[in-house]
Design a protein around this ligand. Structure first.
Ligand code: ISL
Length: 584
């Protein structure tokens, strides 16, 4: 079990397969490329590899639109290549986890092709079909639900069979109907097929979306400027999701590991239900709450005037409450859908190495099972602001640009209005979009950063001559070496994984201080992080903080403090300094 595995250091690593390593000179990552770098991952201290979708796919959404769950997309290789990744992992005692995308399939999947054939096809009920409604003689979708990409309806009209089908994401990603026992059986069979082949578990994509409100009622209007509205609780975290997951556990997962990806804004209680061991669903969940600290309401609206206490509030609530409720985190700060954390809270300039190490200190001292995203260990930052529009590949960004321009056209906006509006849109895409984390991995200073020997599918970040694995690995002072050290440390210091998370100065906007305390072993750590961008003097007043620092000894820091050093008086922290002390 992963939770148990995390006792021996349950650390993950994900490979955005397309951007990790190309062995075939075709410009995008391959499975053989990943297999060749499994020893690298092992050296860094990774135990488990999570592969983003490598299945056959038309690639409308980077493989999250699967047309055959039991085939590998030729761009990534073959099933035998997948076996090679599995073997490379297993030979080193590592595990291999696949992305399971079963809220929806591709519209090119055989299941959907059959389902759309006619209203009486045996697979008709494997997807959600609906005749829609007629208002003033005009045909309309069944309700006002909005699709997650673009701002249009979540229903698409199918000319051939004369009904609408539901797609919470792209129209090329029709939602699978989990009320159908036949569909559920087919999904479980497919999962068993992978597990029998040696796959160790799954990361389950938007798995809390798999049940929809019966009758498809209209969603409340949360954005009056939009014709269509997010379905919210009508399609997310519904009670029936738990019924299906318990069945999936009994049918398939009881001897394997799984993590649920669960977007949504519900309470810690609602999220704990997915990962409580006695509930028999998942080992852990990815929640999204902490990702909203620099967002303005909607997912990808950037809030430039965010303050540190916005971020702290979210961590302080979730890392206290979720474990107390018996739930367990998949602890991540970056992934293929989120911008680089160094760009969000740190510095892209002179203090990049130091602030990237500060991010590492934050990440490894949070609760849960740690997921490291490729490039975090090389202190990757977002795409440069001066890259042209043609470098942006993500469908979410391209659809947003198209939608906003159409909106301005409809409005008859003046050139000044257009300029101002599009500047705002670009700020969102650059600061909160999904392209930045997808630039190719930077291995060395050779052409294309050693990612591929031919032009990559996505431009390599211009900073690769300085920021690459070969260079950073050879430097004991680099962020790479710091991650390798911290990952080892976390494996030895179990209070960092399991200990209680005790926030100390919830309201401060310049620094972040907390304690990790494992009551059973008595192990205790004090974490002081200067995320405030200026010099900070942290006064550790036992009267107000309730922490006795007389026994404090420095365990690790990203500044020149000496190991073993104690605390006497205020702790002076230079910009982006972070320290972890042991306490008796
Ligand atoms: O990016 C989002 C919408 O703006 C998120 O809510 C995102 O949809 C959510 O993180 C789910 O992501 C997962 O499923 C998507 C896929 O595009 C993402 O890459 C995947 O991680 C649909 O399969």
């Amino acid at each position: 079990k992963w939770r148990a595995a995390s006792a021996s250091g349950g650390r993950r690593r994900m490979c955005t397969r397309a951007s990790f390593k190309d062995h075939a000179a075709n410009g995008h990552g391959t499975l053989r490329g990943i297999a060749s770098q499994v020893p690298y991952l092992h050296d860094l201290g990774i135990d488990i590899v999570w592969l983003s979708p490598v299945y056959a796919s038309p690639q409308a959404d980077m493989g999250y639109d699967i047309s055959d769950y039991q085939a590998i997309d030729p761009r990534y290789g073959t099933l035998e290549d997948w076996d090679a990744v599995r073997d490379a992992c297993h030979a080193r005692g590592m595990k291999l986890v696949m992305d399971l995308v079963v809220n929806h399939s591709s519209d090119q999947h055989q299941w959907f092709k059959e389902s759309r054939r006619s209203k009486t096809d045996p697979k008709r009920d494997w997807y959600y079909w609906h005749p829609g409604k007629v208002v003033d003689g005009v045909r309309q979708p069944p309700n006002n639900w909005r699709s997650r990409f673009g701002s249009g309806s979540a229903w698409a009209w199918d000319e051939a069979s004369q009904e609408y089908y539901l797609h919470l994401f792209l129209k090329e990603q029709p939602d699978l109907n989990w009320t159908s026992p036949g569909l559920r059986r087919a999904v479980y069979d497919m999962m068993r097929w992978w597990l029998d082949r040696g796959c160790d578990g799954f990361r389950c994509d938007v798995i809390n979306f798999i049940a929809k409100a019966p009758g498809f009622p209209d969603a409340p209007v949360t954005d009056p400027t939009k014709e269509f509205q997010f379905a919210g609780g009508l399609a997310v975290n519904r009670p029936e999701v738990h019924t299906y997951l318990k069945e999936m556990y009994t049918e398939v997962l009881s001897h394997y590991d799984a993590v649920g990806e669960c977007p949504g804004k519900d309470s810690p209680e609602s999220f704990a239900a997915y990962s409580r061991p006695e509930n028999h669903e998942f080992q852990m969940v990815f929640n999204f709450h902490h990702q909203y600290f620099d967002r303005d309401g909607a997912e990808r609206r950037y809030k430039p005037d965010w303050v540190l206490s916005d971020l702290k509030k979210l961590y302080n609530q979730w890392h206290v409450e979720l474990p107390a409720l018996g739930g367990w985190f998949a602890n991540y700060i970056e992934n293929h859908d989120q911008p680089r954390f160094v760009s969000r809270v740190g510095s892209e300039g002179d203090l990049r190495n130091k602030s990237a190490k500060l991010v590492a200190l934050l990440h490894i001292t949070l609760t849960g099972t740690l997921f490291l995203y490729q490039g975090q260990e090389t202190g990757q930052v977002n795409m440069p602001a001066d890259w042209p529009e043609s470098e942006y590949k993500d469908i979410e960004a391209t659809q947003r640009l198209e939608g906003e321009r159409a909106y301005l056209d409809r409005l008859g906006a003046t050139p000044e209005q257009r300029k101002e509006h599009m500047a705002r849109v670009w700020r969102d895409i650059r600061s909160a979009g999904r392209d930045s984390p997808r630039t190719p991995m930077q291995w060395d200073e050779s052409a294309y950063a050693g990612f591929s020997s031919s032009e990559p599918w996505m431009r390599v970040h211009d900073d690769y001559p300085q920021w690459n694995v070969a260079k950073l690995r050879a430097d004991p002072d680099s962020v790479w070496s710091f991650y390798a050290r911290l990952l080892r440390l976390r494996k030895e210091r179990l209070a960092l994984i399991y200990g209680k998370f005790i926030p100390l100065d919830a309201d401060a906007d310049d620094n972040y201080s907390y304690v990790r305390h494992d009551e059973a072993s008595g192990e205790k750590y004090l974490v002081l992080l200067n995320l405030g961008r200026g010099e900070q003097s942290v006064t550790l007043d036992p009267a107000s903080w309730g922490v006795d620092v007389s026994s404090a000894q420095l365990l690790v820091s990203n500044d020149d403090a000496k190991e073993g050093e104690g605390i006497s008086g205020p702790v002076e922290l230079a910009p982006y300094s972070g320290r972890v002390y042991t306490l008796a």
